[in-house]
Design a protein around this ligand. Structure first.
Ligand code: 5AD
Ligand code: SF4
Length: 480
């Protein structure tokens, strides 16, 4: 996906257009990398480690694209000359893990002074984190946030030029820089950002503070990217945004998410379309209608409920009640029979009583999710919920969490097994982790199936007979 660097000449003036500017810095950084590489007598290597969600995974592909473009080769972390952590801060334990990993890197960096350490992502948008890093982790070379990831090459060039740590955090931006390098993890599927940021301010969530206000990409830029991906052999795309259902509202020429999907469906070569995340309050009848007609949109919807108690939902600022959520589920199931529903649930939100928790168990029993991500509430400084009274005691939360997990898992095992004996289309993704004579593929509803096959099947769509359900995955036989 490198389209421009051939035209860059470092003796020319720095280009004004942001994409060209970054290709200029890619060239510049490449020279520094070449120089260091000949000094130490071998190619330089990098490792990008991603914490958190699919948005971060997608951002990491952009980091990898740039690092390769400037001459680094990919390696395992313990071999890498440039280690970068793309961080998450949605729950406290994500931060703790990053500090732990940094502590382990310190002695390595001491032994190899040419080594570079980079930190980026959501955690870097928190001022307390930057203070702590400056004080206790001064050996980190490059720190940037979520708004200026497109400047990665420029920051690397600056680090080489000044030989000093570079810290560049922006409070926000409305800039979206297109057409930078990108290295996809899979040849046959790809995430595609359609919007950035979030305006919802759920009271427990730090995302709106660290990812900024909602901004949508121009539909043409999205469609062009997907056409390029399709030409390059991609058959499945995952449209990414914190709240895809409010796509397009901030564009000069507003467009709905359903309209965008309709346009994407027309692109030849794309066989499967997924998207996440959907906020229940914004999921429109128009979208349900488009999903019901579509042959490409996958039969799976991730619809975070967070709690089954209308009282807690109000405190969470989710702007729907338990009843409204259940009505929505009914409407979706009627329009798209057999659709798989998954969700996120938080246990132990401040003030959550046993009765509130029973409402959560009740909604889980009523909806019967195919799977659910369950989280223990984590207090995030700066969010309204952090100041709420009645924080629930840890022991009580743990007990509720276990009860919820058992319920979710029992139901999921029952729900998943209903496809046993059917034949369904599968996209083959990889060689099976546990048995190299088998491959692993994904059904439209997002479940995995293992069956006999070899690497030549990877990226292909084929019918597979689901012979046996093993709880959360299937064993199958191809071609029947
Ligand atoms: N504590 C626990 N879980 C959280 N999530 C977001 N913020 C918090 C928090 N403070 C969960 C929500 C969201 C998912 C991505 O992470 O369930 O849907
Ligand atoms: Fe956080 Fe709510 Fe925005 Fe999701 S919709 S990112 S939970 S504020």
């Amino acid at each position: 996906m490198n389209m421009m660097n051939q035209d860059i000449n470092l003796s020319d003036a720095l280009p004004e257009d942001e994409t060209s500017r970054q290709y200029y810095y890619i060239e510049k950084a490449r020279l520094y990398v070449q120089e260091l590489s000949s000094r130490i007598g071998r190619p330089l290597t990098f490792c990008v480690t991603t914490f958190g969600c699919q948005m971060n995974a997608r951002d990491s592909e952009k980091l990898r694209g740039i690092l390769r473009e400037i001459g680094y080769l990919e390696a395992e972390e313990d071999q890498a000359d440039f280690v970068i952590y793309n961080t998450c801060t949605v729950r406290e334990n994500a931060n703790t893990r990053v500090y732990g990993r940094l502590g382990q890197l310190k002695p390595r960096k001491k032994k190899n002074p040419h080594m570079m350490i980079g930190l980026c992502g959501c955690m870097m948008q928190e001022p307390e984190v930057i203070e702590k890093l400056k004080k206790s982790y001064p050996f980190v070379d490059i720190i940037f946030g979520t708004h200026n990831i497109f400047k990665f090459a420029e920051l690397i060039a600056e680090r080489f030029a000044t030989d000093k740590p570079v810290i560049d955090i922006w409070e926000g931006t409305d800039q979206i820089v297109e057409n930078l390098p990108n290295q996809r993890k899979y040849a046959f599927k790809s995430g595609v950002n359609i919007m950035f940021g979030c305006n919802n301010f759920c009271s427990y969530c730090i995302v709106p503070y660290v990812r900024g206000r909602e901004r949508s990409r121009e539909p043409q830029a999205i469609l062009d990217e997907i056409r390029r991906l399709a030409k390059d052999g991609v058959v499945e795309i995952m449209l990414l945004g914190q709240n895809v259902n409010s796509y397009g509202k901030t564009l000069d020429e507003p467009m709905t998410f359903a309209q965008l999907l309709t346009e994407i469906e027309k692109i030849e070569g794309i066989k499967r379309i997924r998207f996440m995340t959907s906020h229940p309050k914004d999921l429109s009848d128009e979208l349900i209608e488009v999903m019901s007609r579509s042959s490409k949109i996958c039969r799976h919807l991730h619809l975070p409920v967070q709690s089954g108690s209308s009282r807690v939902l109000k405190q969470m600022n989710r702007r729907y009640t338990k009843e409204q959520y259940l009505e929505l589920v009914e409407k979706i199931r009627k329009a798209v029979p057999g659709i798989s529903l998954t969700t996120d649930i938080i246990v132990g939100f401040p003030g959550e009583t046993e009765e509130d928790f029973q409402e959560t168990l009740d909604i889980v029993r009523k909806v019967r999710y195919d799977s659910a991500f369950t989280f223990i509430y984590s207090k995030r400084t700066g969010t309204p919920a952090a100041k709420m009274k009645d924080q629930v005691p840890e022991e009580m939360i743990k007990d509720r969490f276990q009860r919820l997990l058992t319920e979710v898992q029992n139901i999921a095992a029952e729900v998943c097994s209903v496809h046993e004996g059917t034949t369904q289309e599968v996209l083959v993704e990889s060689i099976c982790d546990h048995d190299p004579s088998m491959v692993t593929g994904r059904l439209s509803n997002n479940l995995l199936v293992h069956f006999h096959g070899d690497a030549s099947l990877i990226g292909k769509l084929l019918p597979v007979h689901l012979t046996e359900c093993k709880g959360f995955y299937y064993l199958g036989e191809p071609g029947m």
